[in-house]
Design a protein around this ligand. Structure first.
Ligand SMILES: [Zn+2]
Length: 179
């Protein structure tokens, strides 16, 4: 998947799941790290190791888990960070969501190719929901649709969290009354 595809679908997924813009931004920032770190670790030999050690979900998930554990499993709040008092839990939560961005990156890659499962040197799990464009950095038709579906589902989830059924009905009734 392209960097753009990773950023959009990860942001959408996290905001849909948590309703927190801060958590979504942190995951957005982490979402391209498994690819970009390959350049740092392997440089020119990157192709030989592409989607192997850096795309093994276990260490990323363990780091995310450790950070969430330290945060007390909260969703980070901007207000707490600005206030500063007791903000260390929110900082841990931010780090946790950054690592979740890496985990989601790997999950997204598994929809268009293969990634390691238990052995980090072997790419052995994945389904081809869509194919990537031959041009590097270009989003294929399938990838655009995949990203659009992620964003759509997350938007619905976000709306459901924001509006309960009753408040949504009231919202509609108010519009109706004011027409
Ligand atoms: Zn990747």
């Amino acid at each position: 998947m392209t960097g753009k595809g990773h950023r959009i679908s990860t942001f959408a997924f996290v905001i849909g799941a948590t309703g927190s813009p801060l958590a979504a931004v942190m995951s957005f920032l982490g979402s391209t790290f498994p690819d970009s770190s390959e350049y740092t670790f392997f440089g020119k030999r990157r192709n030989r190791y592409h989607r192997r050690y850096t795309h093994w979900f276990i260490p990323w998930l363990a780091l995310a888990y450790a950070c969430f554990e330290r945060s007390g499993w909260i969703v980070p709040r901007i207000s707490a960070l600005v206030d500063g008092r007791g903000a260390h839990r929110d900082v841990w939560a931010c780090a946790g969501f950054w690592f979740m961005g890496c985990v989601l990156h790997i999950l997204e890659d598994a929809f268009c190719g293969t990634v390691p499962f238990l052995r980090p040197w072997k790419r052995d799990v994945g389904i081809h929901v869509f194919h990537m464009s031959k041009k590097i950095g270009e989003m294929s038709w399938g990838e655009k649709n995949f990203v659009l579906c992620c964003a759509g589902i997350s938007f619905i989830a976000f709306m459901i969290r924001t509006f309960t059924v009753n408040s949504f009905l009231e919202f509609c009734l108010n519009i109706w009354r004011n027409i």
